[in-house]
Design a protein around this ligand. Structure first.
Ligand SMILES: NC(=O)c1ccc[n+]([C@@H]2O[C@H](COP(=O)([O-])OP(=O)(O)OC[C@H]3O[C@@H](n4cnc5c(N)ncnc54)[C@H](O)[C@@H]3O)[C@@H](O)[C@H]2O)c1
Length: 264
């Protein structure tokens, strides 16, 4: 394998990346870094207004495609529209996710199913469809945004979420095993507490009547060794590493990006 310079390693020019849930939060942090590295980027999100705004902000090489990642039909459309617009698909980031807090003791089955559909079924659907294109080319790169909750629970009220993120991590490892010889790498990132629109909403009193999320978040924050929440860009730079040739010998791995939270 030829030795590339640092700028060559991180140059994604000519490549096309899809980021699900890219209209805000961690997703947009990822979008910005992949775009800066030269990739064409597709924001696949339900939030139309925010997605369109971000596309305008980025300017060239950017496209918004309204997508519900839990819908098989939407995911198929997303992949075909991406390939049609940019002529291929090289990087796919499964980032869209929801984390409603609810006691598992009283949670209704609809909420359980929704969390599994948006967080885990979507990862299967997007990986299957994206990898289908990548395998034909003999090259591709998938990054799944899991969570530290895929390894260890962070707070009460996230049992459905934690189950879904354990699933994402299990799926990532087995699919990496399946696709290694076909040139497709699949890795995961496990963020800890990252300051996003979704996390801000979680602390609103209406988010979970029976659980004081504000207090739980305060307790979680107090235990983080680096003493602060992370920024979406601090996930964006790690995803850039995984999407680039700087990580060419990595597949089936997880990178924890949590300010040390799992140590506490
Ligand atoms: N923020 C954190 O502290 C944290 C920690 C660990 C893991 N994560 C994971 O990172 C990812 C992003 O989290 P965030 O905090 O940026 O969330 P966020 O709520 O700020 O943004 C999520 C984005 O996903 C989109 N989305 C939601 N459901 C969708 C669907 N069905 N189809 C398409 N798009 C959909 C939303 O419209 C939004 O743009 C999630 O998978 C989350 O579980 C976040």
């Amino acid at each position: 394998m030829s030795k590339k310079s640092i700028s060559e390693l991180f140059n994604l020019s000519g490549q096309t990346a899809v980021v699900t849930g890219g209209a805000m939060g961690i997703g947009f942090g990822i979008v910005k870094r992949l775009h800066e590295a030269g990739a064409n980027v597709v924001i696949a999100d339900l939030a139309e207004k925010e997605g369109q705004q971000k596309i305008e902000q980025l300017g060239e090489r950017a496209l918004f495609i309204k997508t519900d990642v839990s819908s098989e039909a939407d995911v198929k459309k997303l992949i075909s529209a991406t390939v049609e617009k940019f002529g291929g698909l090289d990087i796919f980031v499964n980032n869209a996710g929801i984390y409603p807090s609810a006691s598992a003791l009283t949670m209704d089955v609809q909420l359980w199913d929704k969390v599994q559909a948006v967080n885990m079924r979507s990862v299967f659907l997007c990986c299957r469809e994206a990898a289908g294109v990548m395998v034909k080319k003999g090259k591709g790169n998938i990054i799944n945004i899991a969570s530290i909750d895929a390894l260890h629970p962070s707070q009460i009220g996230l049992a459905a979420y934690d189950a879904s993120k354990h699933g994402v991590w299990g799926f990532t490892k087995n699919f990496a095993l399946e696709l290694g010889k076909q040139g497709v790498r699949i890795n995961a990132v496990a963020p800890g507490g990252i300051a996003t629109e979704g996390v801000a909403k979680m602390s609103e009193p209406a988010a979970a009547a029976s659980i004081d999320m504000k207090e739980m978040t305060k307790q979680f924050l107090a235990k983080i060794p680096l003493g602060r929440m992370g920024e979406p860009d601090e996930i964006g730079t790690v995803v850039l590493f995984l999407a680039s040739d700087a990580s060419s010998y990595m597949t089936g791995s997880m990178i924890v990006v949590d300010g040390g939270a799992l140590l506490a």
